[in-house]
Design a protein around this ligand. Structure first.
Ligand SMILES: Cc1cc2nc3c(=O)[nH]c(=O)nc-3n(C[C@H](O)[C@H](O)[C@H](O)COP(=O)(O)OP(=O)(O)OC[C@H]3O[C@@H](n4cnc5c(N)ncnc54)[C@H](O)[C@@H]3O)c2cc1C
Length: 378
């Protein structure tokens, strides 16, 4: 497998790095402290051409792969984990999912405004009754009447929901799971912005559908295709979102390296102590090992080799590694790391989310084990 980046991906990575340094870094602390989402950042990302990276040029995208989308997410997350999370939900969970599954008319109707950043998207799977067993415990239901579908139910923990215009919603009719495109103007209600310990500024909300009527052309694919769309979406989502914790971890390591070379104790830089050096060595090598797995999983998904074990392994290890690296970096900062004057405590709070969202660490272990047991019939 060729893990070298193409010239185009390198150029996009560098462009997003510059953009994020200029546009996101100055906002990152306010975004966290005030739980504030700078909506105009999506329009700027739209102008930069990074919202529809995996969509073909015919529909206004860049026709690139999941690896490039992941690398963009890593760069954004380096400066703000929460803007990275909102970017990932919008560009992968919604835009990429719609591009893969919607028909041409739906693509033409919804993708341009999402790719330009004029409209913001949300993917609604998790419900109050369950996230890990999202299908088994799903209560959001639909019924079909002559010229419309009618949806009832609620979703929770939905990224971008409080500010979204377009909702990709999973619902069921008896045992048939189906996916629908909903607009806020259809009557989607999002009364609550959920307050969180981390990823603050990435709006997380509840979503309600009360006898909500939509025309028949809002169904994605066919009735009953929802289950496949959910599983394929989760695979792509895990492969791409794994790069969010990579960005957070890389930032924590860079902060720790700088601080180790500045802070002095016992008459020398703390970076001269071997106990600090051991931490830095582990942080670096763990990060680089996880990056290789993340690249591999993203490339495999691109080639349509649907191997859930790689996507789940990638995000599982990336998120655990990011939490550990953020914690080690905080420790290297001593008391200062524990204060909100430095970004370490934010990095740690943000990193923890990736052990929960896109399926928890426990569920990822189940996915990995099931996949490897299934194919180990030597
Ligand atoms: C900030 C944030 C953003 C999110 N964004 C979205 C979004 O955009 N769209 C969306 O649809 N969802 C989103 N989610 C929801 C997320 O995917 C769920 O929170 C997650 O899947 C876990 O579901 P739950 O919270 O209901 O926990 P539960 O499913 O109730 O799990 C509780 C605990 O039990 C464990 N557990 C459950 N089943 C098993 C098992 N079989 N074996 C071992 N342990 C098990 C879990 O791992 C967990 O530790 C988001 C969540 C957060 C916090």
């Amino acid at each position: 497998m060729d893990l070298h980046l193409s010239d185009e991906t390198i150029a996009i990575r560098d462009m997003v790095r510059d953009f994020s340094k200029k546009e996101i870094e100055p906002l990152a602390s306010k975004v966290d402290k005030d739980d504030f989402f700078p909506k105009e950042i999506f329009r700027k990302m739209g102008q930069l051409g990074i919202l529809g990276l995996t969509v073909s040029e015919e529909y206004g995208g860049a026709g690139l792969d999941y690896l490039t989308q992941g690398i963009v997410l890593e760069e954004i997350s380096y400066f703000s984990g929460s803007i990275g999370l909102s970017y990932g939900a919008h560009s992968n969970l919604v835009i990429d999912n719609l591009f893969r599954n919607a028909n041409n008319e739906q693509r033409e109707d919804y993708l341009p405004d999402l790719i330009s950043g004029d409209k913001i998207g949300s993917l609604c799977l998790t419900e109050p009754s369950g996230g890990s067993d999202a299908l088994g415990s799903m209560k959001t239901s639909y019924r079909k009447e002559s010229d419309k579908f009618i949806i009832n139910g609620s979703k929770t923990f939905i990224t971008n929901a409080p500010i979204a215009d377009t909702f990709l919603v999973y619902s069921k009719n008896n045992d048939r799971y189906s996916a629908f495109i909903l607009k806020r103007s259809d009557g989607v209600e999002t009364p609550k912005w959920i307050e969180k310990m981390g990823m603050r500024g990435s709006p997380t909300g509840e979503v309600y559908f009360n006898e909500l009527k939509i025309p028949l052309n809002r169904l994605i694919k066919n009735e009953g295709d929802g289950k496949r769309i959910i599983y394929e979406g989760l695979n792509a989502e895990r492969a791409v979102l794994a790069f969010g914790p990579l960005g957070i971890a890389r930032r924590a390591l860079d902060e720790a390296i700088d601080y180790s070379q500045q802070r002095e104790q016992f008459g020398t830089k703390i970076g001269n102590f071997q106990l600090i050096q051991e931490k830095l060595a582990y942080m670096f090598s763990r990060l680089e090992a996880v990056r290789l797995l993340a690249y591999e999983a993203a490339l495999m998904t691109k080639e349509k080799i649907v191997d859930p074990s790689y996507a789940a392994s990638s995000i599982m290890l990336a998120s655990e590694t990011a939490t550990q690296i953020a914690k080690d970096a905080l420790q290297i900062f001593g008391g200062y790391g524990y204060t909100s004057d430095f970004p370490l405590e934010r990095l740690l709070r943000d990193a923890i989310l990736y052990e929960i969202g896109a399926g928890t660490t426990e569920i990822r272990k189940i996915v990995i084990a099931k996949a490897i047991l299934k194919r180990s019939n030597r």
